[in-house]
Design a protein around this ligand. Sequence first.
Ligand code: FEO
Length: 390
Amino acid sequence: MKRRELLPGIEWVGAVDWDRRLFDALIPLPDGTSYNAYLVRGRERTALIDTVDPTKADALWAHLADVPRIDDLVIQHVEQDHSGLAPAVLARYPEARVLATPKARMMIADHLGIPAERVTPVADGETVSLGGRTLQFLHAPWVHWPETMMTYVPEDRLLFTCDLFGSHLASSELHVATAEHVAESAKRYYAEIMMPFAKTIHGHLEKVRRLDVATIAPSHGPVHDDPASILAAYDHWVNDAPSNLVLIPYTTMHGSTAKMVEHLVAALAERGVTSAPFNMTVSDLGAYVIRLVDAATVVFATPTVLVGPHPSVVVAAALTSALRPKARFAAVIGSYGWAGKAAETIQALASGLSAEWLPSVFARGLPTEDTLRALDGLADAIAERHKGLG
Ligand code: FEO
């Protein structure tokens, strides 16, 4: 992909990673991703906003082949998919000043090996003139790390947001064609990367709304020419009440837990509650995580392996806990052979959930009539608590 004009004097110099299928060795990327870097030219100075993932160095060097000088290297976020080539950029442009938040200075030293004294810290709201064009830095901690910032160009009503408002979507299009085009990948990105920071994002949304913004340029996925659309989507994901939806991450070994899940799904449906079971040995972890954005309840369903939960449900519990979704209720169901502490273990692993834990339902061996009645009781309890949820 060649260098592309975003606005007069502002160019995309990023890389599209069509083949990447996993992020952080955990997060599935069915649609690949991109690493967006931007070249911003003023009359007197030229700034590079972020770099690209080191695996895509050739793309950045091709974009910069005829760029003789970079005066300011803006590191909005120290994670290596954006900053990984900063040392190489500085080797190529030794005159460049490095601009980052005060908190980023030591992180840049720790993660990139660039001495802290090489970094010029910028305060929240501080401006740098490029000559006829201004960069204003807006600290935005926890989207995605504590050192993150955004960069606003008031003359162009343009906001660079780094990870915030990003999408893991490889595309030949620079801009979002329609809100629907990017909705699924933006939601997947929110779920996998941003959801743990929902409370902080609430404040950032207010900050962005106070700016006059016509274009939002994130560091992953297409550029948003309709900021209201992505802001409204974030507002819904962050602030709205959860939906009348129960997620059931489960695994079955000899069929007992699967029978219990099947019964619970039917019992919930009879009570007007939507549910979605995810067999964790075959399901797309990303598909589960996307629906976590909306679910009001999570029911972990596991057989017992020796005395603990099945490892695939352990992963679901740990990930659910880490992502801190807005689910209000949770439960554990499952089966065991002779004894076990699967429920207690799952509850401990999912302690990041701010949820009311409903009574567990476990069967020794095959589910009995008593087991099914207990599952009906669980469905009653969930339906009662979901009253009023849309
Ligand atoms: Fe795209 Fe947090 O890095």
